[in-house]
Design a protein around this ligand. Sequence first.
Ligand SMILES: [Fe+2]
Length: 282
Amino acid sequence: MIGVKSLQVEGLFGYRFSVYRFNKNVQTVYVYQLGDTLIDTGQSHSRDEVVKNLSGHHIKKIILTHHHEDHSGNAGYLSKLWNIPVYGHPDTVKFLKNGMKLSPLAQYLTGNVDKVSIHKIEPNSLIDTGITKLQAIYTPGHSIDHYSYYSQEKGWLFSGDLYVADKIKYFADFESMKQQIESLKLLCSLDFDILLCSHNPKLKNGKQHLKNKLEDFEHFYGTVVDLYSKGYNIEAILKKTGRRENSVYNILTMGSFCATNMVKSVLKDEGLILKNKTKPIS
Ligand SMILES: [Fe+2]
C-alpha cells in the first residue's frame, strides 16, 4: 500500500492511495482534504497510509460521494478515531449502516467496509468546508446514491466515480447509462474547470473531459437502441459498437464487470430487457 500527497490547489489537498498485488498497482483512489472536510476515505487496505497522511490535519467531518468500498472503506474507522461525523446521500446511510461484506475478489483488492452511522445530506445542500462551500448535487448512474460536490466560487467539481475516463470500456451490472447521461448533462451545465474525480483527476479542461464522456455515451446509447431495433442480439451489438471484452476482468469478476453490461444497461434503461436478464423480452 502506498499513500502520496499528490495534488495541491489553494487549500485543497489530494492524496492518492494505491493497493499493489504481485508488484502491480491494482487500485488507485484519491481522497481529498478541503479545509476541515475530508471527501471520501479510501479503501480499507490503505488504512494505515490514510491515517499516517491525514492525522493531525484538523479534519472535522467526512463527506462521501457514494457507498462503494474504495470510497467508504475507512469512514467508520476514521469517524471513531477522530470523533467526527460522516455525511452522505440518504441511500448511503442505508447501505452502510451495517457495513458491507464484499466478494472474495473485492476483499482481496480493497477490503471490507465497517458499519458506520452516517448523517443524511439532502440534495442541493451547501456544506461549509472552511475554505469554500460545496453544493451536493445528486448524480446517479454509477450508483444510485452518488453525489458530486461543487464549489461554484472556486470552479471545482468533486465528481466521485461519475468520471473515470473519456471513454469507458466496461460497466458493473448495477450501472445505468441513461442516468449517467442525465447526470453528466447536469454537471456540464455548471461552471468549472478543475475535475476532482476519485481515480483520474483533471486539473485543467475538466468540463471538456466530462463532455467527451457524455458525447461517447450518447453515441453508444443511440447505436445500441438502433441496432436492437434492427434485430441484432446483445453479442452482435457489442461487436458492432467496437467495444471488446477483457477476458481477465470477465474471469476475475465472474462477468459482473464487462463490456456486455454497457449494452445491457441501455436495453434495461429502454425497458427492452428485464433487469439482470440477457434474453430480450418477447
Ligand atoms: Fe464507485
